[in-house]
Design a protein around this ligand. Sequence first.
Ligand code: PAF
Length: 285
Amino acid sequence: MKIYETKQAIREEIARLRKDGSRIGLVPTMGYLHDGHLKLVRLAKEHADHVVVTIFVNPLQFGRNEDLDSYPRDAERDFTLLRQEGVTAVFCPTPEEMYAYGSDTIVDVPRLSGILQGQQRPGHFRGVATVVTKLFNITQPDIAIFGEKDYQQLAVIRRMVTDLDMPIEIIAHPTVREADGLAMSSRNVRLTPEERAIAPIINQALDQAQALARETSDIERLTKCIYTILRKEPRLQIRTVDISDAETLGSITHLTKPAVILITAGLGSVMLLDQRVIAPGKDAV
Ligand code: PAF
């Protein structure tokens, strides 16, 4: 596995790999890899001859009061895990390499970025869209894999790829969970043991809402059910609970077609995100 820190070096490597017609699969990450990331890598391997992983904690997608400085990092451990997965190349640039002095261009998907979790994190999805565009331009993959856990991010990226005619197939991987249902995230490492014990309540709320959706299509009732469960845990700071059209992320009052439940909640110093797609009268799709 080769590790590159400059755009030019990774471009040259990918040009070499492509010479025999090989397909390139990209897995963009911010590092501190967990099993969820490794599953994205395995899915990429099913669709491509070579997997390229990027590790870059993107300053552009962090707000002023967010955890850019404390975001967990351990490049050596990441490299070991990726080597074991048979990854061909890793691109891990510095912020200065990614954003040259004077850099001024951003990519914005304004409607999808401004709603739901985007209202809590102004500029976040713009930062994601910009860095993902840059990573796509640098690595020119045939396919790219993203986790469904960051559902709105996935929707923004899909929209961007369609709108800007990027010749890349976006493939989603279902949310990967710990045995007790907590959605895997690099940030989970910062939960104290007490907080870690509380965190699965989010998945429990999603389970209950999903079960209730077999009986009712009333979004208000489903939302109330989620709040009732989450409020049992006073240390959980509920930020957003939304049930939206799974495709457009637009607001809905009744479950007549697939919808997505998006939950954001603070616990200690960690912001937990989770999602579940539900369909009217049947299990999640
Ligand atoms: O999901 C993430 O880890 C990041 O938002 C991404 C897609 C790598 C962009 O920085």
